[in-house]
Ligand binder design. Structure first.
Ligand code: PRP
Length: 223
């Protein structure tokens, strides 16, 4: 049970009349209220999706600490450049960069697949490049999720051409079921075979990135 006092008030897009605010509601109730509010406001979800809590904020926090320990062990005496891939990794990198003891520089790239919805289109577009020079530096790519692996493949080629001292990848979620590429993932938070997830940076048409937990959605319930 996670405390979400006033959660629905803050996140219901102004439609507080839809929601009976309780002092403590569990995370699935919070998402249910939120989706109901969005459906009523925007009508962008034709059917209420089924969802379930997949990874709680607490589980994520514990896993981030474990990953940080592993990273610290591997990068002793070195300075790390974390390359966070926007937008999905913004929460993960914020937590990871504070959990590692290794001195770290952070920069951002935006590589997005065309389109929206629940499927990757396969065409990767570079929308924002790095601002720092990574030549001779130890680079760690930070991703929220690796799905088909196409984004990572494109990114890896681009970054390797800039001659970093080393290049590794840290992904919070490794979705193994639809992988096409062979790019290795050095640090994995959680593995899952298939399914569409939202929360902790992950979106459905830009919504729900702000949820503290990760939820699994049933695609049959999404328009
Ligand atoms: C997601 C995710 C990865 C990519 C993975 O980004 O953050 O970058 O998809 O998919 P792939 O392995 O099939 O290439 P998205 O394009 O949805 O942008 P976002 O992070 O802004 O939501």
């Amino acid at each position: 049970m996670v405390s979400h006092a006033n959660y629905s008030t803050v996140h219901s897009l102004g439609h507080t009349h839809l929601i009976e605010v309780s002092e403590k509601i569990d995370t699935e109730q919070a998402l249910c209220y939120r989706i109901h509010a969005d459906m009523t406001t925007y009508g962008h979800l034709m059917n209420q999706p089924n969802f379930s809590l997949l990874f709680s904020g607490q589980q994520i926090a514990e896993r981030v600490k474990e990953l940080a320990l592993q990273i610290d062990e591997d990068y002793q005496g070195r300075e790390l450049v974390m390359v966070a891939i926007l937008k999905g990794s913004f929460l993960f990198v914020a937590d990871l960069v504070r959990a590692v003891q290794t001195p770290t520089i952070v920069d951002f790239m935006r590589l997005a697949s065309y389109g929206s919805g629940i499927c990757s289109s396969g065409i990767v577009e570079i929308r924002k490049d790095l601002e720092i020079d990574i030549k001779g530096r130890d680079v760690l790519v930070v991703e929220d999720i690796i799905d088909t692996g196409q984004t990572l493949e494109t990114l890896r080629e681009k970054l390797l051409s800039r001659q970093p001292a080393s290049l590794k990848v840290c992904a919070l979620i490794d979705k193994t079921g639809s992988r096409s590429g062979k790019t290795p993932i050095d640090y994995v938070g959680f593995s899952m075979e298939k399914g569409f997830i939202i929360g902790y940076g992950l979106d459905l048409d830009e919504r729900y990135r702000d949820l503290p937990d990760i939820h699994l959605l049933d695609p049959n319930g999404i328009s």
